[in-house]
Design a binder for this molecule. Structure first.
Ligand code: ADP
Length: 230
């Protein structure tokens, strides 16, 4: 399956991309590619590209399309299936992705899941009120809604990342950037019959259920028997 998760910051794209991947049968699990994680890794490693994009990232601005595309596209060409987390974020990126998948015979996206619904206040609370991201696994937690494992559970996620975009200013900038692009991006995939808008307001397990339902329940054997997707 080639699924893209889009939506405002804090809607739960990372959380749900992982939950959905985990609920699929193991032979159909797909790697997750998060544009944010790839950008942060380049910045931390101090690469040339990392240095180029550090300023944008810190201010909560979107990094230029070419930078994101050069990080993402080569990885996607090698992966049969994938879950895209926060990519594409612009119509320009969406077009470049469509073309690249087509040129490389990889097949287009299976579905685009747009997570929407929480109020701005809730989105900001989810990000600033307790989001924690594991440096080692990229796993996202929330101190209140989805607490990290306790030491006795022996699933220690290690140190958390310092995310310089977890500030009020960067979060507002991300929200505005999403608003500017949302209708055009949803229109792009809506016209192609790929868009599924899922209400992301409820508790995480409920949102996962709604996504699996919108995808036609790929976690169930019938999905593959009816050869609906992949
Ligand atoms: P995004 O990738 O869309 O920016 P995240 O997956 O990082 O969003 O989620 C933002 C924060 O909100 C995280 O701390 C996550 O644990 C929490 N969160 C995600 N989904 C929900 C939900 N349905 N209810 C409450 N908190 C949530």
């Amino acid at each position: 399956m080639r699924i893209a998760f889009i939506g405002p910051p804090g809607a739960g794209k990372s959380t749900q991309a992982k939950r959905v991947a985990r609920s699929l049968p193991s032979h159909n699990r797909s790697p997750r590619f998060s544009s944010g994680e790839l950008v942060r890794a380049e910045i931390e490693a101090g690469t040339e590209l990392g240095r180029e994009v550090a300023g944008y990232h810190e201010r909560g601005e979107r990094v230029p399309d070419e930078a994101i595309l050069s990080l993402l596209l080569p990885r996607l060409r090698r992966a049969g299936g994938f879950m895209l987390d926060n990519f594409p974020a612009t119509v320009g990126q969406a077009r470049a992705l469509d073309e690249d998948l087509e040129e490389n015979g990889a097949g287009g996206l299976t579905r685009v899941v747009c997570l929407e619904g929480p109020s701005d206040e809730d989105l900001v609370e989810r990000i600033l009120g307790g989001r924690r991201t594991s440096r080692a696994t990229g796993e996202v937690y929330h101190l209140e809604h989805d607490p990290p494992p306790r030491p006795e559970e022996r699933l220690d996620p290690g140190a958390f990342q310092e995310r310089d975009d977890d500030t009020g200013e960067a979060t507002r900038a991300h929200l505005e950037a999403w608003r500017r692009e949302a209708e055009a991006l949803k229109g792009h995939y809506g016209e192609r019959g790929l868009l599924e808008v899922v209400n992301a307001r409820g508790p995480m397990a409920e949102v996962t259920e709604a996504i699996l339902e919108a995808l036609g329940h790929p976690e169930r054997p019938e999905y593959y028997a009816s050869q609906r997707g992949i």
